[in-house]
Design a protein around this ligand. Structure first.
Ligand SMILES: NC(=O)c1ccc[n+]([C@@H]2O[C@H](COP(=O)([O-])OP(=O)(O)OC[C@H]3O[C@@H](n4cnc5c(N)ncnc54)[C@H](OP(=O)(O)O)[C@@H]3O)[C@@H](O)[C@H]2O)c1
Length: 321
């Protein structure tokens, strides 16, 4: 009715109440629970450090470059499949793995082509039951190309089709089969951008937020079937994605961390079945902390970051318009 307002907290009080709620939860719940886990997790950490598990059949999507390529070289597999998009770079990775004594099988597939992807995965898993899968392939988003200007609808659909639909299809096809044999591990490469990142990368950020949530829930579902699920949240890492100045994620090289070191951290933490694997930690912490800010404060932070990003990166705000 005109003149009547629903009973709600006045807008000017909301930031204060949001901040107070976060403080209460942190002090009386998160910190005591964190202390409990510190002691609870210690024996298992010790056991897995002394006796790491060694998966034999490993599948990596997006192994032709960046993080996926380093993972392939680091895990020293007995047998490996790469689902790939561009062949030349991948063959170099293959040679390197073979020189290290691995048996390697390459299969070509755009993971956005889900029908073909499912066929490939089922066929491969039938021949070589997969012990560990890295669902790692992804794209950053709209590439700015002034000659062939892309429409935002195309960019958005492509990022969703690859990063989310393709990745979830990869995971669920293998999850179903692992469930059947009560064994397996699924490592999902998400990103710290799933917590908080520049608004100019909004399509990419949305897919990574979805993967963080999906991976966390799938980990619970997998527990009854002895299928381990781990979410990987890399920081800013040197790769095609971050070096290509036409991408919304392009950053100066000095800000980027070494993908080989990340691959080693991942390998070590997967042995321990950590729910969330992240590196560099000094990048994850401030981003995670920012994400826990009360919404009204976060609104201001995202405004400032957006202005900076738009000003300093080549793509600016154009990638999404
Ligand atoms: N670099 C970072 O700072 C960073 C930070 C956080 C998270 N991540 C995540 O880490 C993962 C690896 O990224 P990266 O940094 O290593 O980037 P990258 O060097 O660009 O590697 C991406 C890989 O995904 C493959 N790929 C892309 N689209 C595909 C498709 N439709 N079908 C099959 N394969 C496809 C690429 O194959 P082609 O070579 O054939 O294109 C490439 O091998 C991604 O999930 C990314 O979101 C990266």
């Amino acid at each position: 009715m005109p003149g009547q307002y629903p009973l709600t907290i006045p807008t000017f009080l909301q930031p204060l109440i949001q901040a107070w709620s976060v403080w209460i939860m942190t002090t009386f719940f998160s910190i005591p629970v964190a202390f409990f886990y510190m002691f609870w997790d210690f024996p298992s950490w010790l056991l897995h450090t002394v006796l790491p598990e060694k998966p034999k059949v490993i599948l990596i999507t997006g192994a032709s470059s960046g993080i996926g390529a380093e993972l392939a070289k680091t895990v020293m597999l007995t047998l490996c499949l790469f689902v790939f998009y561009g062949l030349e770079r991948l063959q170099k990775v293959e040679d390197r793995c073979k020189n290290n004594g691995a048996n390697v099988e390459i299969l070509e597939c755009d993971i956005a082509n889900t029908e073909r992807l499912i066929t490939i995965l089922n066929d491969f898993d039938q021949r070589h039951p997969i012990d560990l899968i890295f669902a790692n392939a992804a794209q950053a988003g709209a590439t700015i190309d002034d000659e062939h200007k892309k429409r935002w609808e195309d960019s958005w659909k492509r990022v969703m089709a690859v990063n989310l639909i393709g990745t979830v299809t990869t995971i669920m096809t293998v999850f179903k089969r692992m469930k059947g044999r009560h064994r397996g591990q699924i490592a999902i490469t998400s990103s710290i951008a799933g917590y908080f990142a520049a608004p100019q990368m909004c399509y990419y950020n949305a897919t990574k937020s979805a993967l963080n949530s999906f991976g966390r829930d799938l980990r619970y579902l997998g527990q009854s079937y002895n299928v381990k699920v781990n979410v990987i949240n890399p920081g800013f890492i040197t790769s095609q994605m971050t070096l290509d100045q036409a991408q919304p994620l392009a950053l100066p090289a000095f800000l980027l961390a070494n993908p080989m070191k990340l691959a080693n951290v991942i390998k070590w933490q997967l042995d321990q079945n950590n729910d969330l694997i992240t590196w560099p930690f000094w990048e994850f912490l401030p981003i995670f902390a920012t994400n826990t800010l009360p919404p009204r404060v976060l609104d201001t932070v995202i405004f400032v970051i957006g202005r900076f990003w738009g000003y300093f990166t080549k793509v600016g705000d154009r990638a999404f318009t």
